[in-house]
Design a protein. Sequence first.
Length: 316
Amino acid sequence: MAVDQELHVVLGTGPIGLATIEELVKGGQRVRAVNRHGKAGVPAGVEVVAADITDPAQAVTACANASVIYNCTNPPAYQGWTELLPRLQTGILAGAESADGAKLIVMDNVYMYGNVHGKPMTEDMPNAATTKKGALRARIADNWMAAHNAGRVRVIVARASDYFGPNGRGSGMGDVVFGRAVQGKSAQVIGNPDMPHTYTYIPDIGKALVILGSHDEALGEIWHVPSPPTITTRAFIERIGQALGHPVKIQVAPTLLIRAMGLFQPVMRELVEMVYEFNEPFILDHSKFAAAFGDISTPLDEAIATTAAWFKEHSD
């Protein structure tokens, strides 16, 4: 590798961080991965650094000499968001600002739009969320753009819907759907499985982040990650069964049950306010990205087959 080769710093080594790292390595890029413990299952040649990104001083060190920084961090538990997301943002902005001229690619979700009542979600929709987590995400999203508009950092924001794919065990389509399906158990879902719902493939998110990071014309904009065609959750799970060669039954958790469980389980209590996503059509429009950079979404059956194979390989 050339000494003057651009350095790409990936903050977070969860499923999206790993997918981004893999895509960068495929492109022959120099990569530094950052997480709290300094260990990660990454390709050979990737530098892995331990840092607490909520500490601005550590974030500055972790982002030193970066040309492009990818924020793939996300606290794992809903109940930790209120405390940790603002601190992560403060640290990441400090790190990106110190890496003079670096581009900051922010991976985000779509909570800030709120309940759009079945309308396809587009990048120009207002941040109208009324839920606690949606309002928090809206404030964080506004801060990213404010930092860009003030000239502090050069920001690009990518947003995806609920994701699935290799390493995606903690997602709504992870262990409770693919993980159970490969073991011959019922897939567990919430809401109405007969509503259309966009699911974004994790490797496509990695591709999208790398593409955005290589195009200056993406700066200061929000971009929805290309996703496979939107179908109902029931139809999605039927395709998982086709990939596995056996039907997969569906077990639906009623909203009333989730509310009751929330009395004792903080995670379930936090989940209640987001059930609206699964009781109405939930459709992500990615035509803006497709028009600018092409539709990079993996065909749904291919994405499902690859994901099912990964969960079979990693089934306990």
